[in-house]
Ligand binder design. Structure first.
Ligand code: HPA
Length: 271
């Protein structure tokens, strides 16, 4: 099926279940897996019920859209995202983002778990994303341009909205949650980096991970207002004595979950 038709078909199937129109889209990374409990849920749509929708293969990333309100704000949360390293085409990886825009979203909050590359970045820190680098990750916009969604050569000089960045800073300050700022670099994964790769990347960025940038590119292409927060779950490779593993990353994410949820809720209410 033609890709644009496939997108429209996904939207049509969701519309059979709910007519809810979200204003804010929220992509839940590690540490926000249980965020749905903060939402007054109006409807849920499991990804596997949507024909043509990519379904994540990573354990613990069971996927669904959760529609509802946080305060007065109408949101759709993406519980479980699709990663490029799972083997999906890039057009599948960003399909959920495109669907959320077509359901009405005007703004998006991207969240993720990331390795900290600055000396002063430690597990449990939050980093507001000010810009990004795509490091050898194919662009999600390669291929025929989707004219209905955006322009062929979209500008990327201010991907992360200054207005939303201010709101993140205000929310963190009000909650007295320390907030770092920096550049997020996406690599494909799934392997963690070598110490030398980190030495190369830390010259230009502050945290690294395996998601988010391609979603931000697809969102920007469609003219969405974007902001992002990384939860630092570990010091990046070579910067501490411990070896990296997914369990450690998950444990650090769980530990920071309560603060992450508070920060995101305060942000949503202010948007
Ligand atoms: N590298 C890449 N992705 C990650 C890391 C990391 O150190 N931590 C969490 N996601």
């Amino acid at each position: 099926m033609d890709y644009m038709k496939r997108l429209e078909n996904c939207v049509k199937q969701i519309r059979k279940i709910t007519d809810f129109e979200p204003e804010v889209a929220l992509v839940l990374g590690s540490g926000l897996g249980d965020y749905a409990k903060n939402i007054d849920v109006v409807a849920e749509v499991s990804y596997k019920l949507i024909k043509g929708f990519p379904v994540s293969t990573v354990a613990g990333h069971d996927g669904k859209f959760v529609f509802g309100t946080v305060g007065e704000k109408k949101i759709v949360a993406m519980k479980g995202r699709v990663h490029y390293y799972e083997g999906y085409k890039m057009e599948d990886v960003v399909l959920p983002m495109r669907v959320m825009k077509m359901l009405g979203a005007k703004k998006v909050i991207l969240t993720n778990a990331a390795g900290g590359m600055d000396d002063d970045m430690n597990p449990g820190d939050f980093m507001m994303i000010t810009d990004h680098i795509s490091c050898f990750v194919p662009s999600p916009l390669i291929g025929p341009n989707l004219e209905k969604l955006g322009t062929r050569f979209p500008d990327m000089s201010q991907v992360y909205s200054l207005e939303l960045q201010k709101k993140i800073e205000d929310a963190a300050e009000a909650l007295q949650i320390p907030l770092k700022k920096g550049v997020y670099i996406q690599l494909t994964g799934p392997q963690y980096e070598t110490p030398t790769e980190i030495q190369m990347m830390r010259k230009f960025g502050n945290a690294c991970g395996m998601s988010t940038v391609v979603e931000a590119i697809a969102a920007r292409h469609m003219g969405l207002e974007i902001c992002g927060i990384s939860l630092i779950t570990n010091k990046a490779a070579g910067l501490s004595k411990v070896q990296l593993n997914h369990e450690e990353v998950k444990a650090a994410a769980d530990k920071a979950a309560a603060d992450f949820e508070k920060l995101v809720s305060a942000l949503i209410k202010s948007m």
